[in-house]
Design a protein around this ligand. Sequence first.
Ligand code: C5P
Length: 233
Amino acid sequence: MEKISEGKTKEVFLLDNDHVLLRFKDYVTAGDGAKADIIDGKGVLNAQTSALLFRLLEREGIETHYVGMKDERTMIAKRLNMIPVEVVLRNYATGSIVKRLPIKEGEIFDPPIVEFFLKDDARHDPLLNYHHMRYLKLMNEEEARYIEGIVQRVNAVLTKVVERLNLVLYDFKLEFGRLGNKLLVGDEITLDAMRVREPQTQRILDKDLYRRGYPLEHVKSAYEEFLGRLRNV
Ligand code: C5P
């Protein structure tokens, strides 16, 4: 099968004219690829987590690229024309926003803050506004506003699920692609692209563990625990 692209954590194969296979690798990376390691089985955990969350979104009427699973680490997805933009929604302040702006760790955003970043590791994924996105022919303002609406609906679904796991959803990142005249949620929804914490203890269960230098086994067991809880709700 023809490999049409490969990123830090996934390979993409052309299945047929309308479908791709996304194979989740065991790599974990941070700092735009500056730091990379292998966690055996992480690809399976992320593929399963993503599949479960995509199914949940579909059930709530949010269109995604998800079709089904080929094997435990390989997703069958609609072939989209991906927009190289990362759309981040933040419910609580942490991560890059507290470095960029005079905002303190843990501040609550009500309503949530949505941000767009260019997918460009060499430039460390710069922040984009509507003007940048129009000029770079990424999307027009109407599409950006439509995507903000979708991201808010995804937030409502994910916040509720994560709450049922006794966790709090701090933030998450989505990517979108075009299919005809539609914009669909693509890529993945995993702990690599989402921050969740235990409310009382502030215990972290996501990739921040890796970013902060916790042992790889610790990172893996957090991912396993999250998927385990998710399967039991
Ligand atoms: O680093 P930052 O605070 O901007 O990240 C916001 C959210 O987007 C986090 O959940 C993070 O895991 C995710 N993210 C991502 N891929 C990136 C940058 C951030 O999935 N390249």
